[in-house]
Design a protein around this ligand. Structure first.
Ligand SMILES: C[S@@+](CC[C@H](N)C(=O)[O-])C[C@H]1O[C@@H](n2cnc3c(N)ncnc32)[C@H](O)[C@@H]1O
Length: 261
């Protein structure tokens, strides 16, 4: 289990469309290091790959999101929230599916470059009126209550700054969904990383790296009384560049899709 170094920060709550303001007094060096490394790797891929026109993970929206959209087709004044949206792999698809019906997809990412590319992609795909990008951490973005038909966080919630922030965000997501709205969470758990060449352990570059069963019980508690649409765990492994070394990463990816009463 990871020990978190205590630090002090001032949290300013953000709403859709605001610009980010971060004030930190003292930095948690572990979080700082992970965010620097993540910024480096994401900036590279977001600059080098074109959305839906690449062999990378940006090739297409995830299948789970494609499967969910028809379930929401009768929702009027549709509003979605994509936490840790990247350059819009899922949110541009969601916006496209809304077609003439319109609606709004609020998109949040910690990186300026992600939101910049998201806006460019929205224009390319003709959905700039529907996509609303905000640069913010997930932690600082305050989710308005009973507002969203669909909230998704794909490989993003494990990047909040602490286990407490993770639990708080689950509660906020629950409270942010409208009646019969859907939540889709894809979360890495029990991540292990090692140097591909030497086999030496590398500290996993995930701010919150919890046991699979613990996340499952947190999800059960947060969304008790909801209808479960999908609940799976898939063991995955892949290589990922970490500075000058290639890391071999293994993870249990948890997918939870639930519908509010
Ligand atoms: C693996 S990518 C996934 C992007 C997108 N969800 C997708 O499926 O294509 C994770 C994204 O989360 C963003 N991210 C990481 N930590 C974050 C945080 N604390 N708050 C907001 N965004 C964060 C990263 O900048 C990155 O764009």
């Amino acid at each position: 289990m990871v020990n978190y170094v205590p630090y002090y920060s001032i949290t300013l709550h953000m709403s859709a469309g605001d610009s980010v303001i971060q004030i930190g007094v003292g930095m948690n060096s572990r979080i700082d290091k992970i965010r620097k490394s993540e910024k480096q790797s994401h900036t590279k891929i977001y600059n080098e790959e074109d959305l839906y026109n690449t062999d990378s993970w940006l090739k297409k929206p995830i299948k789970t999101v494609q499967d969910i959209m028809p379930l929401l087709s009768d929702h009027e004044c549709f509003r979605a929230l994509d936490l840790g949206c990247g350059i819009g792999r899922n949110s541009i698809y969601i916006a496209e599916q809304l077609g003439n019906k319109g609606g709004l997809v609020d998109c949040v990412d910690i990186l300026d470059i992600a939101i910049e590319k998201l806006r460019e992609n929205a224009c390319i795909h003709g959905v700039e009126e529907i996509i609303n990008g905000t640069v913010s951490t997930i932690e600082q973005f305050s989710i308005p209550k009973s507002t969203y038909d669909f909230i998704l966080a794909v490989s993003a919630l494990e990047h909040v700054e602490s286990e407490k922030a993770f639990l708080d965000k689950l509660q906020e997501i629950n409270a942010g969904i409208k009646s019969h709205g859907i939540v889709c969470l894809v979360i890495n758990s029990e991540v292990k990383e090692c140097n591909k060449d030497t086999g030496e352990d590398i500290e996993p570059q995930f701010e919150v790296n919890l046991p699979t069963t613990m996340i499952q019980s947190y999800l059960d508690n947060a969304f008790g009384g909801w209808s479960t649409i999908k609940k799976t765990v898939s063991s995955q492994e892949y290589d990922i560049p970490r500075g000058s070394v290639i890391s071999h990463l293994t993870t249990n990816v948890i997918t939870f899709v639930g519908q509010a009463p």
